[in-house]
Ligand binder design. Structure first.
Ligand code: UGA
Length: 450
């Protein structure tokens, strides 16, 4: 099928590249011309594992193209995936202006019937507005548009594998013809008719995805409800962690046993600095606003947000009580990305933490395996280290803010030797308290006996 993908951020680029990987002809466009230029010249505007294999292959086979002019993308595709950003407005609502703009471009330029698929995360009922916008903006052309919602459940860092081996594919449609078109698009994923480029030993054993056909409103609601529930799970674990800290219990032991109950499940119960990134925090806010506007009191989710914001203060208090005075102290920070295996620092707890520390007069030297370039743009005032060892040099405390695997494997004796004071505050419960103590560190973490 000929498919155009509008927006080449984390979602759009992965979607476009993977659709080409499974056999479609794909044209990706973005209003940021420099991104398109980077992609056309073989560069990668983001770090997302797997893309470095999929994109060059699909380009070489002629199935993946990039264009800066949206009109070319409209002329190219029979189906469009809208993957533009829906960032938060100052009041927390999702800003849907990019979706409106895309609707205008498609409606005014299309010459033949098109299927328009929302992939960006949007509040319920956006599909209805999109349909209306397409018919208003396209009223002179008489072209027929069908609209569908196909929310993505990709996680940054594993997005390519998530696209190719999803647990479910949700399609919100209004008629059977649209469902058939979407099924045709996803046929290779549903029937597993492709050779997985990010092959892992589990790949052949992953069961095929569930195919779920819903209304457009339900599909939109599924996405927001899922992300908000994940956020709720994390905040819940963080509250239990605070309690464990007071009672002398170990949060690791508690959530391990909780997670063995299939009704609860083991994921998203890791206590620490809390959730960040461009999805969970903004989706939670937008969901609460949607509920309020719909007359539903969902204050429970406001608590989730509040608990998450307080994680930074809680972490800072651990550091302050260990250091006594923070002002003027040299502090090393390991991790700036909002989670491992990404260079994304948007709404990263690590960035909030560094800002907090700067406000308290600390002197920061930070290291992240992939996110330093992006961090530099928003935090130009701190020092950036070339390695984790360099970040630890002469530091009076070393903070772990992102759980990169690389940090697990560090030579901790070398780190201890480099530090002015061997104090570790672990915001992601990455290390073992006993092992760190045996190695001669003062070690603090969340919800575990020090
Ligand atoms: C999230 C969802 O997990 C995806 O299903 C969804 O498709 C995506 O948002 C989206 O809406 O596009 P992502 O933002 O990549 O994916 O990140 P997550 O893996 O969900 O992690 C979010 C944050 O929660 C990170 O800061 C992570 O460190 C934190 N987290 C996660 C915890 O603090 N504790 C946990 O137990 C798990």
């Amino acid at each position: 099928m000929k498919i155009s993908v509008i927006g080449t951020g984390y979602v759009g680029l992965v979607t476009g590249a993977c659709l080409a990987e499974i056999g479609h002809e794909v044209m990706c466009t973005d209003n940021d011309a420099s991104k398109i230029q980077t992609l056309e010249s073989g560069g990668m505007p983001i770090y997302e594992p797997g893309l470095e294999k999929v994109i060059p292959k699909a380009r070489k086979d002629g199935r993946l193209k990039f264009c800066a002019n949206p009109s070319d993308a409209v002329a190219f595709g029979d189906a469009f995936f809208i993957c533009v950003g829906t960032p938060p407005l100052p009041n927390g609502d999702a800003d849907l202006s990019a979706i409106d703009h895309v609707a205008r471009v498609i409606a005014t330029e299309a010459k033949s019937p098109k299927l328009v698929i929302e992939k960006s995360t949007v509040p319920a009922r956006t599909g209805q507005e999109l349909k209306r916008a397409l018919s208003v903006y396209g009223r002179k052309s008489n072209v027929k548009f069908s609209v569908a919602s196909n929310p993505e459940f990709l996680r940054e860092g594993t997005a390519v594998a998530d696209f190719l081996h999803p647990d479910r594919i949700v399609v919100g449609v209004e008629d059977e013809a649209t469902e058939r078109q979407l099924k045709e698009i996803y046929k290779p994923v549903l029937e597993r008719k492709f050779k997985c480029p990010v092959h892992s030993p589990e790949c052949p054993n992953v069961p095929p995805p569930a195919w779920l056909v819903t209304t457009i409103n339900s599909a939109e609601l599924i996405k927001h409800a899922s992300n908000s529930f994940l956020a709720l799970k994390i905040s819940y674990a963080n509250m239990v962690s605070d309690l464990a800290e007071r009672l002398g219990a170990d949060i690791g032991e508690v959530v391990r046993a909780m997670g063995m109950d299939p009704r609860i499940g083991p994921s998203f119960l890791s206590a620490g600095l809390g959730f960040g990134g461009f999805c969970l925090p903004k989706d939670l806010q937008a969901f609460v606003h949607l509920a309020e506007r719909s007359g539903v009191d969902f204050t429970m989710l406001r608590e989730v947000e509040k608990i998450n914001k307080k994680r930074i203060d809680h972490f800072y208090e651990k550091l302050r009580s260990a250091l006594w005075v923070v002002r003027g102290k040299k502090i090393g920070v390991l991790g700036l990305a909002f989670k491992p295996n990404t260079d994304d620092v948007r709404f990263a707890p690590a960035i909030d933490l560094v800002n907090h520390l700067l406000g308290e007069g600390a002197v920061i030297r930070a290291y992240d395996p992939e996110a330093m370039e992006r961090a530099r743009a928003i935090l130009p005032q701190i020092e950036y280290a070339k390695t984790a060892y360099d970040a630890a040099k002469d530091a009076e405390a070393l903070l772990i803010a992102t759980e990169w695997d690389e940090f697990r494997k560090l030579d901790w004796d070398r780190i201890r030797g480099a530090m002015a004071r061997p104090l570790i505050v672990d915001g992601r419960n990455l290390l073992s308290p006993r092992e760190m103590k045996d190695r001669g560190f003062e070690y603090r973490s969340f919800g575990r006996p020090d």
